[in-house]
Design a protein around this ligand. Structure first.
Ligand code: PAF
Length: 286
């Protein structure tokens, strides 16, 4: 497995592989790998000849009061984990190589960014779409694999790829969960073990809502009220949003149908912001 830090060298690497007829699958990450990331790498290996993993904690997608400094990092461990998968190269640039002096271009998906996480994290998705565009141009993959846990991010990237005629196939890969149901996330490392039950209120909220929908309650105002009570039963949990939205447009849903996704963002102990989501009706509901 090669480790490449320079964007030019990465681009060259990909061009050579392309010329010899190889397909490339990109897995964009911010590191601190867990089983969720490894499952994305395996998916990319399933559909492409070569897998490139990018590892870059992108400063432009963090707001001034967010957790950029506290974002967990462990490069050595990440390399050891990626080395056990079929990964051909890791692209791990530094911020100054990605954003050299004079950098001033942004890629912005307008409307989809004005929902859910975009409301409490202004500028976040512009940071994401700009860096993902750069990664696409540098690595030139045939396929890119993203986790469905970042459901809004995936919807926005799909929109960007469509709008800008980017010839890359985007694959969304299902959420990987801990045995107790907590969606895997690098940020889970910052959770105080005493707050685990509160953190589980997101996955139990999804389970509870699916049961309520199955029993015939599809009015999202009613379901919303119940969910607030469920999450606020944990004093350390603060709701950022509990939203019932269309899976593609992210427009709010008044009643639940097959396209409705329940999306949740909850802050635990004012410090660790967790997200989770899922479809509520068969055949999409897990
Ligand atoms: O999902 C992430 O880890 C990041 O938002 C991404 C896509 C790697 C862009 O920095």
């Amino acid at each position: 497995m090669e480790i490449i830090t320079n964007p030019e060298a990465m681009h060259q690497w990909s061009r050579e592989r392309f010329r010899s007829g190889k397909t490339i699958g990109l897995v964009p990450t911010m590191g601190f790998f867990h089983e969720g990331h490894l499952s994305l790498m395996r998916k990319a290996a399933e559909v492409c000849d070569l897998v490139v993993v990018s590892l870059f904690v992108n400063p432009t997608q963090f707001g001034p009061n967010e957790d950029l400094d506290r974002y967990p990092r462990n490069f050595e461990r990440d390399m050891a984990l990626a080395g056990q998968e079929r990964v051909a190269a890791v692209f791990a640039p530094t911020p100054d190589l990605m954003y050299p002096d004079g950098f001033q271009t942004e890629v912005r998906v307008k409307e989809l960014a004005h929902h859910l996480c975009g409301l409490s994290r202004p500028g976040h998705f512009t940071g994401v779409t700009t860096v993902v565009s750069k990664l696409f141009h540098i690595v030139q993959p045939d396929v890119a694999v993203f986790g469905e846990k970042d459901f809004q991010q995936l919807a926005i990237i799909r929109r960007m790829v469509k709008d800008l005629n980017i010839g890359i196939t985007i694959i969304g890969h299902p959420i990987v969960r801990e045995a107790d149901g907590l969606a895997m996330s690098s940020r889970n490392a910052n959770l105080d073990p005493a707050h685990r039950t509160a953190a589980l209120s997101l996955s139990t909220a999804l389970k509870l809502t699916r049961e309520r929908v199955r029993s015939g309650i599809i009015d999202t105002t009613v379901l919303h009220r119940e969910l607030e009570a469920h999450i606020h039963a944990h004093p350390v949990a603060t709701i950022d949003y509990v939203s019932f939205v269309d899976c593609e447009t992210l427009a709010a849903a008044a009643t639940v149908n097959e396209r409705t996704v329940l999306a949740l963002a909850v802050k635990i102990d004012g410090k660790v912001r967790l997200i989770d989501n899922g479809f509520l009706l068969e055949p999409n509901a897990a």
